[in-house]
Design a protein around this ligand. Structure first.
Ligand SMILES: [Zn+2]
Length: 499
């Protein structure tokens, strides 16, 4: 079926969106949620498993205290109430990546409830309600082989890796977010970004969307103004900030076209496709009764000691938003400039580059300029682009010392990103240092003057601006490795002209 989608402006003029976000965060604990297996990413398949996380008969789970502590800290940072008493529940369903045939999760008795997170969109603060933060365990990973898309459709066989089964997960669920109008996609993105900053500041997860340690499901519905909220769909596993925004937008457009044609929205999960930016239907959404939740009989309830919770609260780090406001003042940036630093994922990187000795302006220039461009081109996050804050500070130090000009510094940075070494090492090994030996420069200047007598005459007669052409000639013979200002001074001195 091909339908022409209405325009986005048209959709938001006629419909009101309601969004909601469910985010799964893999905790960076050393061991799994209910057993002592290691959790680090990238082990040989099925080597980090034991009878508990494989669900073998007779094995019993034991709760990981570090995971409970991390979850409470997340809840506190999101202004939630911490339950005096809570329980785990079994969520029953069959799937090959889940060896027990149930997932230990929390259902009607979560550990953290009723909080909020303030996010900034276009200079306005939007308060997003947090319904709950609860603990659960991750499933294993299935790899479908033989098909073109990596999905089960068309695959000839499937392999399962249980290393991830039982890794502690925290699920953070927002309350429904109405009233966002045309800003729904931006608010969804800003929320996930801010949530990621908060969790990163707590040091409880590396929150890498591309490695799946932060995964996001986006709920979207549309209703006519003044009418009840519409049926929502849930777009699964949207794995970049940009995709969060695109998933909301594309689902709004799709639902509007269905409603415009007199159709009904089906409650279902949908898959987001990075390549096209579209969603396609998944399974029709289960209701809670399908999962036959019941209290987990193998685990005792959790009753966090109030003094411990108070201690954790008192020890929370400065929240990223407050921290950013302080940095913004120190760096002398406008709200808009600070927003672009945040959007680029560069706050911490710039902060560390400044700590390593660069000025805020220089640090921002490299991270938002050359390095952001490179990160976009290669599709990695800025933090993974291949340069460290210390290297960027060192590079800027070489510029400040007159050893590199801007163009040479960019070449050196390319080498840094390619893993060739430190900026100083690359400058030396590739012989990129600015020519500061005035003897060699004077020779190049004299050569340029001799080759361009008419220009030299112009300069002698007072047309100092004509020196630019000679500067260009010298830069060419020195392969861009001279300092343009020094060259200009030399030319004027050789021609006995006052600058
Ligand atoms: Zn295990």
């Amino acid at each position: 079926m091909t339908t022409t989608l209405p325009s986005y402006d048209d959709v938001v003029a006629r419909y009101e969106p309601v969004i909601g976000l469910e985010t799964h965060v893999e905790l960076g604990t050393r061991t799994k949620m209910f057993c002592g297996c290691r959790t680090d990413f990238g082990g040989e398949p099925n080597t980090r498993v034991c009878p508990v996380c494989l669900g073998l008969p007779g094995s019993l789970p034991v709760v990981n205290k570090a995971a409970v502590e991390a979850t409470i800290r997340i809840g506190l940072a999101l202004n939630c109430s911490i339950a005096d008493w809570c329980r785990f529940a079994r969520k029953n369903y069959f799937y090959p990546d889940m060896p027990k045939n149930f997932q230990i999760s929390q259902y009607d008795e979560p550990i953290c409830v009723d909080g909020y997170l303030d996010v900034e969109v276009n200079g306005e603060t939007v308060r997003i309600g947090i319904e709950r933060v609860h603990m659960e365990e991750d499933t294993g990973k299935t790899l479908h082989v033989g098909g073109a898309t990596g999905r089960i459709h068309g695959a000839t066989e499937s392999l399962v890796d249980y290393n991830r089964a039982g890794i502690p997960l925290v699920e953070i669920v927002t309350k429904p977010i109405p009233g966002t109008g045309s800003l729904a996609p931006d608010i969804a993105r800003a929320y996930v970004n801010e949530l990621r900053e908060v969790i990163r500041s707590l040091g409880v997860s590396d929150v890498r969307m591309e490695e799946g340690s932060l995964r996001c499901d986006v709920n979207t519905s549309l209703n006519l103004p003044g009418q009840e909220w519409g049926t929502r769909t849930e777009t699964k596993n949207v794995n970049s900030l940009r995709s969060v925004e695109r998933a909301v937008r594309s689902e709004m457009l799709r639902q509007a076209s269905v409603l415009d044609a007199g159709g009904r929205i089906t409650q279902e999960t949908r898959h987001f496709h990075e390549d096209t930016g579209d969603t396609t239907p998944g399974r029709s959404k289960e209701t809670a009764t399908d999962y036959r939740y019941f209290p987990e009989p193998d685990l005792v309830p959790i009753a966090p000691d109030r003094a411990w919770v108070a201690e954790l609260k008192a020890a929370l780090p400065e929240l990223p938003r407050v921290h950013r406001r302080r940095l913004q003042e120190q760096w002398g940036l406008s709200d808009l400039d600070m927003q672009s630093v945040l959007n680029a994922g560069a706050v911490e990187l710039i902060e560390q580059t400044v700590a390593a000795g660069a000025t805020p302006a220089a640090a921002r220039k490299w991270w938002l300029g050359e390095l952001s461009r490179r990160a976009n081109e290669t599709g990695v996050e800025l933090v993974d682009v291949g340069a460290t804050p210390e290297q960027v500070a060192e590079l800027q130090g070489l510029v400040d010392a007159g050893k590199l000009n801007d163009k040479l510094a960019r070449t050196v940075l390319e080498g840094v990103v390619a893993g060739e070494g430190s900026p100083t090492e690359i400058m030396t090994s590739r012989n990129l240092e600015v020519v500061s030996d005035t003897g060699a420069l004077t020779a190049a200047v004299d050569e340029a003057i001799a080759a361009n007598p008419e220009i030299a005459d112009k300069i002698r007669s007072g047309k100092v601006a004509a020196a630019g052409a000679l500067v260009g000639a010298v830069m060419k013979t020195t392969r861009g490795q001279a300092d343009a200002k020094t060259v200009r001074e030399l030319i004027l001195a050789r021609l006995n002209v006052e600058a």
